[in-house]
Design a protein around this ligand. Structure first.
Ligand SMILES: Nc1nc2c(ncn2[C@@H]2O[C@H](COP(=O)(O)OP(=O)(O)OP(=O)(O)O)[C@@H](O)[C@H]2O)c(=O)[nH]1
Ligand SMILES: [Mg+2]
Length: 295
């Protein structure tokens, strides 16, 4: 049997469940998730190994048209450019939301793609079965998808079928990654993201959207059994700094405790995590400052 491999970009509106799906497909959490839109900011590559097949999934920021500003524009650009040079695209819609303007905007772009697009209808656990058929019919009227698979990324329903449909679209190709690789992201990046996820889930309004996390030191000790990490949570204003620190440091402590547990699982080591909060000016408005934070 010939070995097949390829790159598959997962695209869709914010909050459709793209990152949840990536983690579920890999069986490991590498991409952060929250109930708020615009969680993912960079493309996140994860490798799925199956007998005779290697699939490299690319999780992307949600594509949207309404929110403006340099950071949002960067995010949408990241998502759209991920579609260049992939072997297939997986378009994820949220069955609870139906067909939205954002979905229509994304579908319009598919006309220019050379690669096949598979439609994944997510969150089927949250809707009644009869609602799915008309949703699939109206989406299929807009574009000729190479396959349609209803799934629940949260529950893991339909993922085997989804993997099989996508694998069948991949060309013969090399093993791009070693057999034990889950991602090519640096550990520091994943750690920073895990901290950002906690801020995203624990703070409100504009605070999550004003935060950038940078791991400033990452030191392995005792042959890698212990890792000492120091990270800065950058915010835009003094008032946000107060919120992230919380009363007598309570919020920062909550962020640190939950992030540390997750980082320990990811690194398979004991972790000492030191967090501090820094005001970095209005970094989401400055292309240069954004670049410094990896955007
Ligand atoms: N009920 C249900 N909820 C889901 C499912 N998949 C994801 N979610 C929830 O949807 C929310 C958004 O999930 P994410 O994976 O962060 O969505 P995303 O598409 O990556 O969002 P962005 O990164 O902002 O573009 C979270 O609260 C998830 O728990 C699903 O199959 N069923
Ligand atoms: Mg995401």
């Amino acid at each position: 049997m010939k070995f097949r491999s390829g790159f598959i970009s997962i695209v869709g509106r914010p909050n459709a469940g793209k990152s949840t799906l990536l983690n579920a497909l890999l069986g490991e959490k590498i991409s952060i998730v929250s109930f708020k839109p615009q969680t993912t900011r960079n493309v996140i590559r994860g490798v799925k190994h199956m007998p005779g097949v290697q699939m490299i999934f690319i999780d992307t920021p949600g594509i949207h048209t309404k929110k403006k500003g340099p950071l949002n524009e960067f995010m949408v650009r990241e998502a759209l450019s991920s579609l260049r040079d992939v072997d297939a695209a997986l378009f994820l819609v949220d069955a609870e939301k139906g067909v939205t303007d954002e979905d229509r905007f994304i579908i319009e772009g598919f006309g220019r793609l050379k690669s096949p697009v598979v439609l994944g209808v997510n969150k089927t656990d949250a809707v009644k079965k009869p609602a799915l058929l008309p949703l699939i019919a109206s989406l299929s009227a807009l574009f000729s998808f190479a396959g349609v698979v209803p799934i629940s990324a949260l529950r893991g329903d339909g993922l085997e079928e989804l993997s099989a449909v996508l694998a069948a679209l991949l060309p013969e190709g090399p093993r791009y990654f070693p057999d034990d690789a889950v991602t090519d992201l640096p550990e520091r990046f994943v750690v920073a993201e895990m901290i950002r996820e906690k801020v995203f889930n624990l703070t409100r309004e504009e605070v999550p959207y004003s935060v950038a996390v940078v791991v400033e030191s990452f030191e392995e000790k005792k042959g890698g059994r212990v890792v000492a990490i120091s990270a800065a949570i950058n915010v835009e204003r003094e008032s946000q700094k107060g919120i992230v620190i919380g009363r007598r440091g309570a919020m920062l402590k909550r962020i640190g405790t939950s992030a540390r547990a997750e980082i320990e699982r990811f690194l398979g080591a004991r972790v000492f995590l030191e967090l501090f909060v820094r005001v970095a000016g209005e970094w989401t408005r400055s292309a240069r400052a954004m670049k410094g934070f990896g955007y």
